[in-house]
Design a protein around this ligand. Structure first.
Ligand code: BES
Ligand code: MN
Ligand code: ZN
Length: 507
């Protein structure tokens, strides 16, 4: 267990194994960022030549470890570059830089029992970013590794001027709850699909809810109940698998709440493509296809742990998209929950089918704001890459609200349109059913999918759809506070959104 404490004190005098400071790059050379003042004065004039001889410029993600030879009380100084000093001119950019630098530091320190972060920590957002970045950066998925566990620091001290304020302490608490939820989401995504089929995933949610605040209610519909109640999308996708589907509902209903946030997450525990089977390369990382469900469920756990006064109901439709003699075929028609019929054209466009059922169920509980999160289309990744999630919606205020929440916690969202031709295609392509599941045209797949989902959102409900196909799973190396594998993207955005809804209700 790593413990975090917030303390006022000098970065030159703190008793610890390693002190971390941030360095910006300027035209005049590297300059220590706020938080490193005491280190700068301890080194005095020796600092500039020291950085020069290391070739350290302060470029983003650059790191250097310097033995301090008693210049500081700590034996080791860890420098992390955060790029142009311009970032310090903008609060959001500084916060992002701190989160990222703390993540880099966490991945760099080795064999240190204690770490002191002397990063910018002048306000609650910076304090939170330091703790969150470090806790997320040091994440490692080790459940399947034999051999001794990796050393982890026993104590992380965050040095901050606001250490003794209520707001500072609250920021640290939020950081720890949110990063714990992000880590849970990552664990679920990283768990091999064979070990996290729908029944096991539903059990894991139950266990998580029980272990956390005791303020959550879990309801699980099994295959028989889903069939009885007409969840044709979830049943249709799950029928090719030996593992039965589930619909998990996680709810949090604090007494003081007046607003109701409703979340829906895609929970395809493995996506083989079904009868539209993917290539082996295409399905290599498809255990990640429940990343949306992982995010909304973990966020709900965090919201309850923080005790935010906002009601949350979260739906996670879970199914495994496989092939068998009984898998859904192209040309089959499914009757979704609520009665809408859909002609299946491509069994690999399965996410929207399970989401359609869940969105209808979500509409029934009276959302003030409805947000779904899904690793839905490769087209979203083609459009925006692997670090920017796509966001869609007809309600500009709802979309802006979610985007702004994401920006405050360092998660980039870019709006793509549900252009007017898309709903027309969704409604007219099928000759035999109400709706056509999949775009007959090659391009615009993310837009078509969003337009399809929109058909299942009741009129007048503010709704935003997040496509995290590009961002949910990092197939490449770690960067900043983001490791390889499951990223836990959207958890922080959703918790921030709930925080903002709770505040809006108080005023
Ligand atoms: N799960 C995939 C989308 C995906 C792609 C997630 C890459 C993560 C990384 C989804 O179910 C899918 O197969 N989408 C198809 C849609 C198509 C058949 C309309 C795709 O993107 O090719
Ligand atoms: Mn698919
Ligand atoms: Zn999928």
């Amino acid at each position: 267990m790593t413990s975090y404490t917030l303390r006022k004190g000098s970065s030159a005098k703190v008793r610890t194994d390693v002190v971390v400071i941030a360095v910006t790059s300027t035209a005049q050379g590297p300059v220590l960022a706020p938080g490193g003042e005491a280190v700068a004065s301890a080194y005095g004039r020796a600092l500039t030549p020291l950085l020069a001889s290391l070739g350290f410029t302060g470029t983003r993600d650059e790191v250097a470890q310097v033995p301090t030879a008693k210049t500081l009380r700590a034996p080791l100084l860890l420098l992390v570059g955060i790029g142009s000093a311009d970032v310090l001119g903008d609060a959001t950019r500084t916060t992002d830089a701190v989160r990222r630098a703390a993540g880099v530091a966490a991945r760099t320190v080795s064999n240190s029992a204690s770490v002191a972060l002397a990063l910018p920590a002048r306000d609650p957002a910076e304090v939170r970013a330091g703790a969150e970045g470090f806790e997320l950066g040091r994440y490692a998925f080790t459940a399947y590794k034999s051999g001794p566990a990796k050393d982890e620091p026993g104590e992380v001290v965050l040095l901050s001027e606001i250490a003794r304020s209520k707001a500072g302490a609250a920021a640290l608490e939020t950081a720890l709850v949110v990063s714990s939820a992000v880590r849970t989401a990552r664990d679920w995504v990283n768990t091999p699909a064979a070990d996290l089929a729908p029944p096991a995933f539903a059990d894991a949610v139950r266990a998580q809810a029980k272990a956390s605040s005791g303020k959550l209610r879990v309801e699980v519909l099994d295959e028989e109940q889903l069939r009885e109640r007409g969840f044709g999308g979830i049943i249709g996708v799950g029928r090719g698998s030996a593992q039965p589907p589930r619909l998990v509902t996680l709810s949090y209903r604090p007494r003081r709440a007046t607003r109701h946030l409703v979340l829906v997450g895609k929970g395809i525990t493995f996506d083989s493509g079904g009868l539209a089977i993917k290539t082996q390369l295409g399905m290599r990382t498809m255990k990640c296809d429940m990343g949306g469900a992982a995010a909304v469920l973990a966020a709900t756990v965090a919201i309850a742990e923080l005790g935010l006064p906002v009601r949350v109901t979260t739906f996670a439709p879970m199914a495994e998209n496989m092939i068998s003699g009984d898998a859904t075929r192209p040309g089959d028609v499914l009757t979704m929950y609520g009665g809408t019929t859909v002609e299946v054209l491509n069994p690999d466009a399965e996410g929207r089918l399970v989401l359609a059922d869940a969105l209808v169920a979500a509409g029934e509980v009276g959302p003030d704001l409805l947000v779904d999160v899904a690793t839905l289309t490769g087209a979203a990744e083609t459009a925006l890459g692997d670090r920017v999630s796509a966001i869609f919606g007809h309600d500009d205020a709802a979309v802006a609200r979610v985007r702004a929440a994401g920006a405050r916690v360092g998660e980039a969202l870019w709006q793509l349109p549900i252009s007017e031709e898309m709903p027309v295609k969704v409604r007219t392509y099928s000759k035999i059913a109400d709706l056509m599941q999949h775009n007959v045209d090659v391009y615009g797949g993310a837009l078509y999918a969003a337009a399809f989902l929109a058909e299942f959102v009741p009129d007048g409900v503010p709704w935003a759809h997040l496509d995290i196909a590009g961002t949910g799973f990092n197939r490449r190396g770690a960067y900043g506070h983001v490791p390889s594998g499951g990223t836990g993207v959207s958890v922080a955005t959703l918790v921030e959104l709930a925080t903002e809804l709770a505040e809006a209700q108080d005023s």
